[in-house]
Design a protein around this ligand. Structure first.
Ligand code: RFL
Ligand code: PHB
Length: 391
């Protein structure tokens, strides 16, 4: 089997890359270890930045998003039983975000790929990327009980944090940067209309809470819990009670309850792998970097990486210059580190560490108060949340 671009992983990074290449007339093969329904059901991100929305539209993958997605012009910060709205368009010259779940983005891209694009193989597990520093890199993979080799001009590792592509870069050439946090998120899906029409990020002495949504009738909510928590430790009643405590305001706002249909715990991590390229192997998305979810940046960064790669490859085809491809790692890492900074700032401003001192609490409240009282501070948050421009 032979292709121009071998893509490992059919998460948002791999699927969008295949779509962008197809639109540019470049062939690719996508290998995905899990089955289609698993990829389509995996609950994850919910917020698309303006730039991501624009890219999906331009790729011809925005039709259902434009019909069913919810445009959001702000978020609410909640602390000290008070609420403060951050108005994105007013602070950023018109930018906003879209609530449209990662599951839906993946369903749309899979349907398009199977209809119009090149091969997308499910239950095809990449075992190793070989020859990254040669002109003909290969992906060794297992599909339908047989081992095969995909010969490529380029390989893009879009196989997430636990994938195999990153391992093909010799350890001596890489540097990794990592931070773990002593807390996690307990996330639930509930069949109840969202209790607020925008996302609510709440800082509370009992810990952080987030109100998000999947549709006008389905709520997505998160609670900060200790690292290593088992989701089954929490009864539905305890979850609703704890959410109620953390979202409570002095003006009597109410949290509506409903049947919980899904519960899971997500660990929190910041991670950067440098470089993002070795020879003809390129890493994109979670394969190269992880951010804690507080900034809603993970999926958007994955989109940024594959757009950068696709544009660089088209540039090479059109001009013969590999300059952009050579700059891939540097171009992406600049944006990645901005997202790492933003996600870290949001996380540390809103979560309560187990060893937090009264001084730490005072600083958190001062940071929130600064956003509520200074247009410059609010603009910084709004610019970060709605996203950094794609190069
Ligand atoms: P993915 O989605 O992990 O996809 C990787 C794919 O590769 C496959 N794979 C392999 N395939 C073949 N061979 C192998 N050896 C393979 N190993 C792995 C996997 O099965 C999978 O299908 O990575 P990608 O494409 O880079 O996308 C990244 C995003 O999924 C991730 O960053 C976001 O979900 C992060 N995130 C959020 N991002 C946002 O932008 N906005 C949000 O609101 C947001 N909220 C979140 C989040 C992540 C969360 N969790 C669960 C980590 C909320 C949560 C709770
Ligand atoms: C979500 O809806 O899943 C979501 C929204 C905002 C975040 C993280 C997750 O910051």
């Amino acid at each position: 089997m032979r292709t121009t671009v071998g893509i490992v992983g059919a998460g948002p990074a791999g699927l969008l890359l295949a779509r962008l290449l197809h639109r540019a007339g470049i062939d690719s093969v996508v290998l995905e270890s899990r089955d289609r329904s698993y990829v389509e059901q995996r609950q994850r991100a919910g917020i698309l930045e303006q730039g991501t929305v624009d890219v999906l539209r331009a790729a011809g993958a925005g039709e259902r998003m434009d019909r069913e997605g919810l445009r959001h012009d702000g978020i609410e910060l909640r602390y000290d039983r008070r609420r403060h709205r951050v108005d994105f368009p007013a602070l950023t010259g018109g930018r906003s975000v879209m609530v449209y779940a990662q599951t839906e983005v993946c369903k749309d891209l899979i349907a398009l790929q199977l209809k119009e694009g090149g091969p997308l193989l499910f239950e095809a597990e990449a075992l190793a990327v070989e020859g990254a520093d040669t002109d003909s890199p290969r992906v060794r993979f297992r599909h339908e009980g047989r081992e095969s080799v995909l010969e490529c001009d380029y390989v893009v590792g879009c196989d997430g944090f636990w994938g195999v592509a990153r391992k093909a870069i010799p350890a001596g050439l890489t540097r990794t940067f990592e931070r773990t946090y002593p807390f996690a998120w307990l996330g639930i899906l509930a069949d109840v209309p969202p209790s607020h029409d925008e996302l609510v990020y709440a800082r509370h002495d009992r810990g952080f809470a987030l109100l998000s949504m999947r549709s006008p009738s389905v709520s997505r909510l998160y609670l900060q819990v200790p690292e290593g928590t088992d989701a089954e430790q929490w009864s539905d009643e305890e979850i609703w009670q704890e959410l109620q405590y953390r979202f409570e305001t002095a003006d009597g706002w109410r949290l509506e309850r409903g049947p919980i249909t899904q519960k899971s715990v997500t660990p929190m991590r910041s991670y950067v792998h440098e470089p993002m390229r070795h020879g003809r192997l390129f890493l994109a998305g979670d394969a190269a970097h992880i951010v804690p979810p507080t900034g809603a940046k993970g999926l958007n960064l994955a989109v940024g990486d594959v757009v950068t790669f696709a544009r660089a490859l088209v540039h090479l085809r059109e001009t013969g210059s590999a300059e952009r491809l050579d700059a891939y790692s540097q171009t992406c890492l600049r944006r990645v580190w901005q997202a790492e900074r933003f996600s870290y700032d949001m996380t540390t401003m809103l979560h309560r560490a187990p060893d937090a001192t009264p001084f730490d609490d005072g600083l958190q409240l001062a940071r929130l108060d600064r956003i509520a009282s200074s247009r410059a501070a609010a603009t910084d948050l709004a610019e970060g949340y709605t996203g950094f421009p794609l190069d």
